[in-house]
Design a protein around this ligand. Structure first.
Ligand SMILES: C[S@@+](CC[C@H](N)C(=O)[O-])C[C@H]1O[C@@H](n2cnc3c(N)ncnc32)[C@H](O)[C@@H]1O
Length: 219
């Protein structure tokens, strides 16, 4: 198992791993490996867009490096959240999820991992959770909504500390079925730049997540 330049991420061959904060426990059926007295969880880029972002060559050390608090929008069952929980054992991870069906497994995950604070809420209404969340070092969003860029921009405005990092997983076809992808991405960048957020990296996530583009920026 080799360390990578991404903070807390390991590699064996082409496979990525994080150190399991809850040894013996799987979150989504992932492979567990023991090496040098530690247990590692395989991080599947076809299941997690953050792993896809790394597999596509994201800049090191990764936007979560050094974060003490994170606002994660669209937690679903907690697949990616669980790896961030491994990567940032001492951070506070506030995770917003709208669907009560997805929230139930997320809540169960948070009971086992004390750095996860799940919020049943709507990312379109950040004023409902902003007092609880405060100012965070990283805003991460993965919600398949038409107004993804606007939702992200509003959360960055409300919750991202100055100098903080932001990572948007933009699902292009949720914005429009017909308009060309490059136009949709350009429009999203304009919305983010108005926050203002300075965009420093952009990559498509194919073949791991089709029709998705990751954008990172700094406030
Ligand atoms: C693609 S899934 C997220 C997968 C997750 N990020 C992961 O990698 O493990 C998108 C999630 O966003 C949630 N969602 C959609 N719109 C939302 C909103 N306005 N506020 C909060 N969650 C939302 C959906 O219920 C769904 O669970």
């Amino acid at each position: 198992m080799q360390p990578t330049g991404w903070a807390g991420v390991y590699r064996e061959g082409r496979d990525l791993y994080t150190v399991n904060a809850r040894p013996w426990e799987r979150v989504y059926g992932e492979t567990l490996r023991t090496a040098e007295g530690r247990e590692f969880r395989q991080w599947d880029p076809f299941r997690s867009k953050l792993a896809a972002f790394l597999a596509r060559g994201a800049p090191e050390p990764g936007p979560w490096a050094g974060a003490r608090s994170v606002l994660y929008l669209g937690g679903a069952h907690g697949t990616t959240v669980s790896h961030l929980s491994d990567l940032l054992p001492d951070a506070l991870l506030f995770v917003v999820e709208k669907s009560p069906t997805s929230f139930a497994p997320l809540l169960a995950l948070a009971r086992r991992r004390t750095n996860i604070f799940p919020i049943l809420g709507d990312a379109q209404l950040p004023e409902r959770y902003s007092a609880e969340v405060g100012a965070v070092d990283l805003v991460y969003q993965d919600v398949a909504q038409r107004a993804q860029a606007t939702i992200f921009a509003e959360n960055v405005r409300v919750a991202l500390a100055p100098g903080g990092r932001a990572l948007l997983m933009l699902k292009v076809r949720s914005v429009s079925q017909r308009r060309p992808a490059d136009v949709i991405v350009r429009e999203a960048r304009r919305v983010l730049e108005r926050v203002p957020l300075s965009i420093d990296y952009e990559t498509a996530l194919s073949p791991f997540a089709r029709e998705h583009v990751a954008l990172t920026g700094r406030r």
